[in-house]
Write a protein of this length. Structure first.
Lengths: 783, 155
């Protein structure tokens, strides 16, 4: 192993610029002649627009232009699209109402985009935006997920009767019903998966520049996937041909899913900069982010498990209503369907699983992927249900899990819900976590806490997730409009340093370090001589970006494959230079050697020979620069057990997380320091969902939690110091032996925390976020 | 209005609109974009700078209120490429991921040292960070970094 290679906790290359204040986020970029944009947004959840009078705004000081949906339509721009088809139970594709980037006659949620005001300064743009007179005729709003499809409910889109986007049954209902009818016991739970606002710390932004000489648009965006943005904006939104559109995702301050999607503001800024022939910059303020970023979760679910007399799971049934918001965001349909129901087996051998998902429209912000995307929702209901089963059967929650685990020798394991798990040893992770959490000592700790008037509880969550998204063929079969391979280019320069171009995008994950470690390890090039480049469609080859914990498991393998090609080509060059047969050349630690001799040549020298091929093997192309693509055979399936211990103050309902243990299987770790950081962040994201974060609309569709004064983000004192360990297995289809680690914490944590609270107060269930009020009320009814 | 102040050791004299926030002045007029804006309600702390040795959220104050003050931003801490011990501690302890909240975290870390000395305990640091939000790190390594930075500053 190289000193800075695979397995080393190397300090991050990207940190120096961030720590010096030299990061370059979209809003940090300023260009000559730049104008500033402010969007006029709907204050109503649901209304018809009877007229827009922009004359006062247009005449206001500094205003360059005020553009509306009519202007956009006249130029044939848009509408925004949803890229994944789900077939509804009537055999028809999901209902996809038009999603104009600027409203055309109607607004469907608070924050919906009505006009863009462009001015010489931001204050002038904001002042003028207040002068745009929009004449609204308010309509009744639909804000409740559970009630959206009720008879007589206000209709939002003509194309979607009863506000239903799709009804999606999945599994063998008759066999499932039969198993339930013959079961020893049926356990059930009704729960809500609370709506969250993803909230990366950097608000979304767009800077558009048009060059009338080359007819090229350059868009700097807060994006997790610049090429996907370019593809969709070019191919579906008619912004510009792909070769005349450059999308740059510079430093991006967190994404967690919210920056995957192609948003109205991005399209409108791109279009407007050409229309006014000036650079246009827009940056969301935080309230705009709350109003217009795609939200996450928002399910209402009933889940049931049929058990035999030994506590073995015989069959499971899940009925969910999922809120998709007012319009379909880019991947909205996929989240409560394929990314959700295909995870219902969890870590268990449950042979029969049937589910029905009703996806509904409401007059709320669009809902799409958010850290975990469907998998946290699946894990939450399953792991809560398992605890209810344990209580109903009088079994220890660890014991019921153990009895139902997929055994370690059963991998690859075909679940009844499409997914075939790659590798796992669930019992090992459980044992390790119980040891680390000192489960055996819990009763004594609970007793001690009781003496202090506190209720102490412990909760398990044994999760599995599907990430490393993923095999193109599978995505295509499921109705996805893209391939989900990844690409890499590894380029030696003549002086022997290396540039690595990846199609993934780093917005906090540390790819510049992790990927350099891969290359350092494989090619033996010093770590400091390797630079990773990403995020600019003009610099890097096509790539699919970063989400679904895919970057290392898919993008990393593409890099490794490109390195393989370089090593192979280098053998020919080295053989020629050292006057040996190619078959006698060996490569290790950055050196080509002739077997059985002391002849050696460093790969940097080989690179120089490739660029200065004065004496060169016949038939070999000059240059030392290789491309590779990797399309995996399967998703990767990280898994693990998280154990949370809480203390509840029954007098106030306050919950303190006093201990938290996570034992995860991420396969091989490239940079353990970075992986641990991802786990910490994921768990705290999960703590946010479980205890603090509740996105709330009132009955009229007003978002009442649209700032950090109203929406509680987790803070430093909401978390204890975590106990983190790993129980790795080797995924056979991944050449690097890696899985993915970015979402696991957010998936594993919520059920562990709620299970612990339920255990502490002796309640069957407590809804998230388990605020002091919620927990206090639960304490009252438990007593 | 004209204001005279010191920013990162340099004398600055500028005309500002009275309604300009200090953070807007730093970012837009001085092009010191290391100080970030993450919210509109003074909760997130991405905009924390030091004014006359005390940490201040630069979104809560008007630029004209900084007239005559000594302002230090994240750009003013290092000597060239050599990081300040608090910055170095963030690197060594993986106290940052996307980097967006980081300038504010580093500045708040310095303020914790000013007020609590070189050995703040874990609970103190966590409590003192109530005005800084991070979505990436889960805070554990930020707390570690600030404690390590505090110790290093005492050496």
């Amino acid at each position: 192993m190289q000193e800075n290679g695979i397995g080393a906790s190397v300090r991050r290359k990207e940190d120096q610029r961030f720590l010096l204040g030299k990061g370059r986020y979209t809003d940090d970029i300023n260009v000559e002649g730049q104008t500033y944009a402010c969007f006029v947004r709907s204050p109503h959840a649901h209304a018809e627009i009877e007229g827009i009078d922009a004359s006062a705004a247009t005449a206001a000081p500094g205003v360059v232009a005020v553009l509306t949906g009519d202007d956009l339509a006249a130029d044939g721009i848009g509408p925004l699209i949803c890229g994944v088809t789900v077939t509804s139970d009537d055999g028809q594709p999901h209902r996809a109402p038009a999603h104009p980037a600027l409203a055309q006659g109607k607004v469907n949620y608070v924050g919906d985009h009505v006009a863009i005001v462009i001015a010489e300064s931001l204050t002038q743009a904001r002042d003028a935006a207040e002068l745009v007179e929009v004449n609204y005729r308010p309509l009744p709003a639909v804000a409740s997920t559970a009630d959206a499809a009720n008879d007589g409910q206000q209709q939002i889109h003509e194309e979607a009767p009863n506000n239903i986007c799709f009804n999606w049954p999945f599994g063998d209902k008759a066999a499932n019903d039969e198993a339930f009818a013959g079961a020893h016991k049926v356990s059930s739970i009704d729960l809500v998966n609370n709506r969250m606002v993803t909230n990366p710390m950097e608000p979304r932004a767009a800077l558009g520049e048009y060059n009338s000489g080359t007819e090229e648009i350059t868009l700097h965006l807060t994006t997790q996937n610049p090429h996907v943005h370019r593809l969709v904006l070019a191919a579906f939104n008619q912004l510009a041909p792909e070769h005349k559109l450059r999308v740059v995702g510079p430093d991006v301050g967190g994404g967690f899913g919210a920056k995957i999607f192609i948003y109205a503001e991005e399209l409108v800024v791109g279009w407007a900069c050409r229309k006014v022939n000036r650079p246009v910059k827009w940056t969301a303020d935080r309230t705009e982010a709350f109003l217009s970023d795609a939200h996450g979760r928002d399910h209402v679910t009933r889940a049931e498990m049929a058990l035999d007399e030994n506590g073995k799971f015989l069959a499971m049934r899940v009925i969910t209503t999922a809120n998709l918001g007012a319009y379909l965001s880019t991947f909205a349909t996929m989240v409560p369907s394929y990314l959700y129901a295909f995870l219902f087996a969890g870590q268990y051998t449950t042979p029969l699983i049937y589910s029905e998902v009703k996806a509904v429209f409401t007059n709320t912000s669009p809902v799409d992927a958010s850290r975990g995307a469907g998998r946290p929702e699946a894990t939450y209901l399953l792991e809560r249900l398992v605890d209810v089963c344990a209580a109903d059967m009088g079994l220890d929650p660890a014991e019921i899990r153990r009895r139902n685990f997929i055994p370690k020798d059963a991998f690859p394991y075909q679940t009844p819900v499409v997914q075939c798990y790659d590798s796992g040893d669930y019992e090992a992770a459980l044992d390790q976590a119980m040891e680390l959490a000192d489960y055996a000592g819990f009763d004594a700790r609970a007793e001690e806490a009781r003496g202090r008037g506190k209720l102490r509880g412990i909760g398990f969550s044994s999760y599995v997730e599907a990430c490393g998204i993923a095999p193109s063929a599978a995505v295509g079969q499921l109705g996805g409009g893209v391939g989900l391979w990844e690409s890499a280019q590894v380029r030696f320069n003549p002086t022997g340093n290396v540039q690595v171009f990846t199609g993934t995008h780093s917005h906090g994950q540390g790819h510049e370090t992790t990927f350099a470690q891969l290359v350092c390890d494989q090619l033996g090039v010093p770590f400091e001589n390797i630079e990773v480049i990403h995020g600019d469609t003009a610099k890097t080859q096509f790539g699919m970006g970063t989400y679904g914990s895919r970057s290392l498991a898919v993008g990393g393998v593409a890099i490794a494959k490109a390195c393989d090609k370089l090593i192979a080509k280098g053998k020919k060059i080295a053989a020629h230079a050292m006057e040996a047969a190619e078959g006698d050349i060996e490569f290790a630690g950055g050196n080509y050697t002739v077997a059985g001799t002391d002849k050696a040549m460093n790969i940097a020298e080989v690179a120089f020979n490739a660029y200065v091929p004065h004496s060169y093997p016949e038939g070999v192309e000059p240059g030392f620069d290789e491309n590779a693509f990797f399309d995996p055979m399967n998703f990767s399936f990280p898994a693990g057990t998280h154990i949370c211990e809480v203390e509840v103050d029954p007098a106030t309902g306050e919950v303190e997380i006093v201990d938290y243990t996570a034992v995860d299987d991420f396969g091989k770790l490239v940079n353990p320091m970075i992986v641990e950081g991802q786990v910490h962040g994921g768990i705290v994201h999960g703590i946010g969902q479980a205890l603090l974060e509740g996105c709330h609309y009132d009955k009229d569709g007003q978002l009442v939690t649209a700032s950090y004064m109203d929406y509680a983000m987790p803070r430093a004192d909401n978390a204890p110091e975590f106990k983190i360990d790993y129980a790795p297995t080797d995924p056979p289809h991944n050449p690097l032996g890696v899985k993915g680690c970015g979402e696991a914490g957010a998936i594993g944590a919520p059920p562990a925390i709620i299970n612990a609270i339920a255990n502490a107060i002796g309640a069957k269930h407590v809804e998230m976020p388990a605020t002091p009020e919620t927990v206090w009320r639960a304490c009252q009814s438990a007593n | 209005m004209k204001i005279d102040l010191t920013v990162n050791g340099r004398a600055v004299a500028e005309e500002v609109e009275p309604r300009t926030l200090l953070v807007e002045f730093l970012r837009e007029q001085l092009r010191l974009t290391g100080t970030h804006v993450g919210c509109d309600t003074s909760q997130c702390g991405a905009c924390v700078v030091m004014i006359d040795g005390k940490s201040v959220k630069s979104c809560t104050m008007l630029a004209v209120m900084a007239d005559g003050c000594d302002v230090t931003t994240i750009e003013g801490l290092a000597s060239g490429a050599e990081l300040h011990p608090m910055q170095q501690a963030f690197m060594d302890n993986h106290g940052l991921q996307c980097g967006f909240c980081t300038p504010g975290m580093v500045m708040s870390g310095l303020d914790i040292v000013n007020r609590h000395g070189n050995e703040p305990d874990d609970a103190t640091v966590r409590r003192e960070l109530s005005g800084n939000i991070c979505r990436c790190t889960g805070y554990q390594n930020i707390v570690k970094a600030i404690r390590a930075g505090a110790r290093a500053m005492g050496e």
